[in-house]
Design a binder for this molecule. Sequence first.
Ligand SMILES: Cc1cc2nc3c(=O)[nH]c(=O)nc-3n(C[C@H](O)[C@H](O)[C@H](O)COP(=O)(O)OP(=O)(O)OC[C@H]3O[C@@H](n4cnc5c(N)ncnc54)[C@H](O)[C@@H]3O)c2cc1C
Length: 412
Amino acid sequence: MHITIIGAGVIGLSTAYYLHEAGHEVTIIDKGDGKNNCSFGNAGYISPSHFIPLASPGIVAQGLKWMLSSTSPFYIKPRINASLIKWGWKFYTKANEKTVSKNAPHLNNILQLSRNLMINLDHANGHGFELEKKGCLMLYKTQETASHEATLANEALKYGIETSILSASEVQSMESEVKVDALGGVYFPIDCHLHPVKMMHTLSNSLVQKGVKFCYNQDVKDFIIHNNKVSEVITNKGNFPCDHVVIAVGSWMEVLTKKLGINLLLQPGKGYSVTYADRQNNLNHPAILVDDRVAMTPLGKELRVGGTMELSGINQTINMHRVHPIIAAANKYYPDIKLTVPSEDKIWSGLRPCSPDGLPYIGPSPHHKNVTIAGGHAMLGVSLAAATGFLVKQLINHEKTAIPMDAFQVDR
Ligand SMILES: Cc1cc2nc3c(=O)[nH]c(=O)nc-3n(C[C@H](O)[C@H](O)[C@H](O)COP(=O)(O)OP(=O)(O)OC[C@H]3O[C@@H](n4cnc5c(N)ncnc54)[C@H](O)[C@@H]3O)c2cc1C
């Protein structure tokens, strides 16, 4: 078939990889130039440790507390917006123990599958993603967070995920080049990390070489539909006839799928990152500073620091009030790295596509015979990209899927 994928983020590229491998002719359309989207500036974690969906008990109370502080890691821009209200209500109703027990096994399935596939994908691409199997540290400074993280570590064991609870000196012994100031941490050896920019470049270059066609700076506006099938994709620069369409447009998913009459709930969750080059002394391990929701990723000689979740619609403006606490948290946990806040033009922002129940949407359109949706991966797009691409290929080819897919259905 000739398959058109809309969106050249990590989800679109991974999907192109598996569809091309299966013998399909693939075209990718993106409204951008392929040099930046949410898939470039993220922390690069492959995180089976994140098997608890974002909508979980306690998160709403914590979110409301954070809302009262201008420097907290979470913010909702107050506004009357029907889609935000519907999303917020769904998130509220899903943030409970029952939904977590139902969804966590599915999230675990897809995270585990994706980790293994991403390792293979990095290998197949000459280790161009610079994927490292070094695990991830969850660091904390308070006893309360230590107890919470220990509970999660216990929960992880139920899924066969190995963890170690570390004292302050055990954490320090894992970091030979920098001083760590933490009460302790939980170590997840199963986690991996990669260099997001190198992964995106390596994957897109390799797809070009294989014959996948990229059409940049083409904004998909609408679709021509005959007999419940999309026959053409309409862009600002012309029409693309196709046999099948995969919609992988990240945070723009809700807007674009509306054109097909699909009512899918999704909010962009803005985050920031700063990448420091040429570090003389760098971290050995990626780490999440749990109380501050900050992610630290060593990428060779570079150090990337990222965080915040702002629900303020589709906009990528930089709010320096929210950037300062990210860098302050990094300096608090690693007192001798002495990071400074750069000027606004050196700060990256990206939009995480957040579904209200913490699971991605992967599956056929409820109304069309030849449309597949792949999006809503929130803070796990890199972690879940390889499995998403692989599963989309299986669905389109009518193969038995590697894992049960009901939990990811678009109209769940
Ligand atoms: C600070 C931060 C840290 C993160 N850290 C991690 C991490 O460590 N691990 C992890 O797994 N995830 C992480 N994430 C999340 C991850 O980056 C995202 O889930 C992922 O990049 C989403 O990929 P995507 O392909 O769905 O969307 P995107 O990368 O946003 O790509 C979507 C593409 O669709 C295109 N598009 C949109 N509308 C149209 C249209 N109408 N026509 C044509 N093209 C269109 C856009 O131009 C864009 O290029 C992080 C995110 C942030 C912000």
